[in-house]
Write a protein that binds this ligand. Structure first.
Ligand code: FES
Length: 314
């Protein structure tokens, strides 16, 4: 079930064209929850639905920080943040949770596109604190649309800016050439950049060292059958049929369960739920092969039962 806490908006700052950062502190005066680089929170926006944003501050500071890109073609959540949120407002916040954790390594290649810089900001700080070698390639349309350049300035020539207005285009071969076999690659950005990198790491044989956070689900998926199955909710002692073509998330939400959700495409992790028994047919874009094999959680918005029944910790 959703577990949320109230936070107060302490500050708002325009970080670049159409990018607003939001500083949040707990409304109850308690401590800021522990989080690590790559984590995100869910915030409840004006229409009562949730949106997911990466934490872009520094772990251990006395506030949570996110940055929101205004997306005119979006579902309205970013416009609400930009147009309605004011200092002193109280937000319902879920998390932090982390599906993009920074693994320990001696060197890193970070690649960001636009607002995809947000989860990478605390990562470059952590890499620096761990005395790891690292480089960040940061792509954007124009310098004015690329937030947090001021925070990256002190890192000097470890950070390379590639605004398209100055000819900067994603070129995976250029980024990956000469990479040693211990370097981990972390990337976040729009689909075109991620697809170029995905192809590049496959060609370089380093897919197992490539970690991404997606904004949108890949389009070129092979359609798979969406057969019916049963979910038993162990804590509430109830059972529901999930018909072919519908998700467990939609069935349970319709039945009145207050479940966290955002993307409904298997890319944000908001609806992750513990599985107590039954085999899962994982269809998300978040879990690693090892996490899938563990068969102890699933994304209710896209994943289904491999058999005819799942028991969930709900
Ligand atoms: S709602 Fe985003 S993964 Fe399910």
């Amino acid at each position: 079930m959703s577990s949320k806490r109230e936070f107060v908006v302490r500050g708002l700052r325009l970080e670049a064209d159409a990018v607003l950062s939001v500083e949040l502190t707990p409304a109850d005066g308690g401590g800021v929850p522990h989080w690590e680089p790559g984590s995100h929170i869910d915030i409840v926006v004006g229409d009562g639905t949730s949106r997911q944003y990466s934490l872009c501050g520094e772990p251990g500071e006395g506030a949570l920080r996110i940055a929101v890109l205004r997306e005119p073609a979006g579902r309205g959540g970013s416009a609400w943040v930009h147009d309605q949120l004011r200092p002193g407002a109280v937000l319902s916040v879920g998390g932090p949770r982390n599906h993009f954790a920074l693994r320990a390594a001696r060197s890193y290649l970070f690649v960001a596109g636009g607002i995809g810089i947000t989860p990478l900001l605390p990562m470059v700080s952590a890499a620096g604190s761990a005395a790891a070698d690292w480089r960040l390639h940061y792509f954007g349309r124009r310098l004015a649309t690329m937030p947090f350049r001021d925070r990256l300035g002190p890192h000097g020539d470890r950070v390379l800016l590639h605004p398209a207005e100055q000819g900067g285009r994603p070129d995976a071969a250029f980024l990956l050439d000469g990479l040693d076999d211990r370097t981990l690659i972390y990337a976040c950005g729009p689909a075109r950049l991620m697809q170029a990198l995905e192809a590049g790491v496959a060609a370089h044989g380093c897919r197992d060292r490539f970690f991404t956070e997606l904004f949108t689900a890949p389009e070129d998926e092979t359609p798979r059958e969406k057969g019916a199955f049963t979910v038993r909710l162990e804590r509430s002692g109830t059972e529901f049929e999930v018909p072919a073509g519908r998700s467990a998330l939609s069935v349970l939400t319709e039945a009145g369960f207050d479940l966290l959700k955002d993307c409904e495409e298997g890319i944000c992790g908001s609806c992750e739920t513990r599985v107590l028994s039954g085999e899962v047919d994982h269809r998300d874009h978040i879990l690693t092969p090892q996490e899938r094999a563990a068969n102890d959680c699933m994304m209710l918005c896209v994943s289904r039962a491999a058999g005819d029944r799942l028991v969930l910790d709900l």
